[in-house]
Design a protein around this ligand. Sequence first.
Ligand code: 4AD
Ligand code: MG
Length: 477
Amino acid sequence: MRHTKVKDLLNSTTTLEEVNAKGWVRTFRNNQFIALNDGSTINNIQCVVDFENTPDEILKRITTGAAVSVTGSLIESKGAGQKYEIKVSELEILGDSDAEKFPMQPKKHSLEFLRENAHLRVRTNAFGAIMRVRSVLSFAVHSYFQQKGFVYVNTPIITGADAEGAGEMFQVTSLPLNNLPKNEEGNIDYKKDFFGKHTNLTVSGQLEGETFAMALGQIYTFGPTFRAENSNTSRHLAEFWMIEPEVAFNDLNDNMDLAEDFIRYVIKYALDHCADDLKFLEARLLEEEKSKPQTERSEMSLLEKLNFVLENNFKRISYTEAIDILRNSTPNKKKKFQYSIDEWGADLQSEHERYLVEKHFKCPVILFDYPAKIKAFYMRLNEDGKTVRAMDILFPGIGEIVGGSQREERFDVLIEKMKALGINEEELWWYLDTRRFGSAVHSGFGLGFERLVLFVTGMTNIRDVIPFPRTPMNAEF
Ligand code: 4AD
Ligand code: MG
């Protein structure tokens, strides 16, 4: 007999004579009630064991974490909390779990302890819910772009392009590190390396994505990206997933419209498809916030926050307007910011971004027209000669969730910019070809997938929304 998923059993519209379920024991109460979970839903199914007719050796092996197969009838439950339960007629232990040694005890564990047990934390309610929501959100990403006719492009993970300027890179090499070949000048001879040149893990698929947008019109990437920045924060990973759409003939306003529409769509999709998990995560957040002082608690519950994003336009303001607000803000005047804002041109730190979003506007904010000096070489220079058509989207509790821009489509301006920044033209010959042959206005952005998952699940540390986080000094599993 084929087993039925717990989710389908719980959603059954009738009682059933004989069913089989397989899963892992969450708890076993009074030698009688198994709470069984198989990962198909946050909800467990209650399996009632006929303990009088079950041998003691078997009962003893029904422990938290054990894999079991139960066969019996699906009947209406007499207990509160569930509509159906399984009256067990046959029980098989598929895999024992030593109750003393199994790390996921049926009690509250710290998130830090769970991170150290990332291979087992997914067996908890919270992590099961987070990972299901993550999966649904990835599907929503594809669904959004595919419906709109975007082409999904798999940009390379190993790249020789070194010039994105998005952060420190991880080098890829097959050279023997204890015996590096040297050239005549005494430098490492990368001609002898696997690719015959210096290569890295990609920090962004944008530059390759642009070449495809200039042929296919609308494209998106969705893949892993790598940054060796040593920022041990709750919002940075060394390996994270990024979504990067790129659209020919879109200007910066079109780009902002696309980003807003896209974010709303995926959040709505999660609300529609993950109701049980989000309800659980909302309660989890509420519980977690009880330990915080009143002033640090969120004003809205998780679902209220998600619905707020659906119902309210993002506030769009220029960098220059933002600097004015920040310069005159109370924390700036009282020297409460770690980095005080004195002059136009200052790079915004996350404390400033969060002030704008959480305290001043109290809604998602899109900042645009940043100083050219603090942004990447490929962004379109404005007529003022000092700002570029860049945009960042800032979210409450997260800070920057999206970074994007209209690209510099004018060959001469781009070359000049690269020269000024010391970016190697020869290395980017292929990128420059997009400007040599049929160049046109185009725009795109990158959304950090884990930051989106953070926002939707109400979690606060990015290490808790990716299965096996990679951060400085940590690559376990
Ligand atoms: O702002 P970033 O660096 O932009 C780019 O890489 C552009 N090439 C994107 C484009 O225009 N196609 O990164 C984009 C987003 C950030 O807004 C943030 O959400 C996320 O990627 N991100 C990170 N997420 C987790 N860990 C990190 N270390 C991240 N660095 C950036
Ligand atoms: Mg950025």
